[in-house]
Write a protein that binds this ligand. Sequence first.
Ligand code: ADP
Ligand code: MG
Length: 567
Amino acid sequence: ATREETLGFQTEVKQLLHLMIHSLYSNREIFLRELISNAADACDKLRYAALDNDAIFEGDSELRIEIEHDAEAGTVTVRDNGIGMNRDEVIENLGTIARSGTAEFLKQLSGEQQKDARLIGQFGVGFYSGFIVADEVTVRTRKAGTDQGEGVEWHSKGEGEFSVADIERQAHGTEIVLHLKEDAGEFADDFRLQNLVRKYSDHIEVPVRMPKTETARDEDGNEIEGSETVSWETVNEATALWVRPKSELTDDEYKAFYKHVAHDFSDPLTWSHNKVEGKLEYTSLLYVPGRAPFDLYERDGARGVKLYVQRVFIMDDAEQFLPLYLRFIKGVLDTRDLSLNVSRELLQQDPQVEKIKSALTKRSLDMLKKLAKDPEAYQTFWNTFGSVLKEGPAEDHANREKIAGLLRFSSTHTDSATQDQSLADYIGRMKDGQEKIYYIVADGFNATKNSPHLEIFRKKGIEVLLLHDRIDEWLMSHLTEFEGKPFVDVAKGDLDLGEVEDEDEKKAQEETAKAKEELVKRVKEALGDEVQEVKVTHRLTDSPACVVLPEHEMGYQMRRIMEAAGQ
Ligand code: ADP
Ligand code: MG
């Protein structure tokens, strides 16, 4: 080695190293995820650089990551044939922390080990995480496309300084040798390493390989000394399904993947696979399940997508990317817009998250709209998740109209408890001159269907939506109109049938009202403070009388909910 020099770590690196070593004890295995992720990045970078300079592969374009261990020496090696680093890059990348926000993050640490361990585990630690399990790290690297004499060796004990030296290195790319601490020997183990690779890096598309030693045996079954041959075995799946082009994927593959992601044994109703490039960069694969999970209505129920950052698995159930009313959607989000070190806490503060959420919300609503073209499948969806989707208009004002288009109702058109009529259907059947969408809310289908408020509507052949779910009044308090047609609760306020009523009818009604003034007065006296007002009505054709709520009054359902809540 020549040009050897010893340099000090940047102050923040020293702080970080100290903290990691002392506080990440219970989560040590993440070092492998971090090193594999860096190796995969390096392969990505080389692949990109080779796009307009094929020679940079140096004849070795089969990108791969290799993991080896030596139990006797107590080492684990992670090697890639990616882009590699030159001397300056080594000093810059492995001696400082370039990541913005790191200093801020370090300030938040309290010095209390347990608390910090949680924080730092979520923050993630990149290359330096090697020092959680190693008391000595050696890096050998050479930048792809440079002379073999331009290799660099970096070495450190993680105690404040590191050395760099020029070396001769045949292969391009990087090799990281961890000299395991005495109490971290467990990682120099085939089985352990394989499990970790599968756990964290299954969907990294670069193959992660481990050596498999085979020994020939003689006729008596004894191993023949010196006959060992080593073959490389790919340990991870090495293909991220969502990364593959849609045209290559079969329905069966999509369905199989759904079952894996959703832990469901039945088929999904539909899915939507999208790759987005530009301001946001992400790939999403979202599914609508065919069954409701047991915890759909539980506050702490599992929800959200499986989050990957650049194909590295980050977390299950990342709930920040979908609104609550779409909590039934399952799937995967893989993005370049977040750091690998992102945690649930950090997700809440990241402005990119909100943008992706709004994009995924749109995707999901579009996917449901498409599903609605298949009425049978959509009915299955609606019967399973309809009352969850009904939370939408209250939660998501921006998409109110879209959500409203996806709603299904019972209606006097069918007089069936099955909720299968859309608002578009209703509008298509509106009478000449009808400007409003009429509905009634009550507890239970029969209560709506048999309501005396419907009499006049039935007589005139005007359709009324029959709302009988617990959430319906809440829903309607957040829906004011659809396609410009206002919603009207037929049980509230004065009934205005608009132009559906003709002039003659109005006149006749006024005359009746006058003729019955005396009766109205007597009824009012009899009821006293029980009512606000008594009026002659034209709502009824068969029943003699009905109770009407003022227009802006809380409905019966809401009253009952508020009462139950002790208000
Ligand atoms: P991050 O991956 O978030 O940038 P890390 O601490 O994991 O942070 O790595 C720091 C930097 O070191 C990387 O950005 C990269 O430039 C460099 N690096 C680390 N590992 C490798 C590798 N295997 N090959 C090439 N460069 C690497
Ligand atoms: Mg990294």
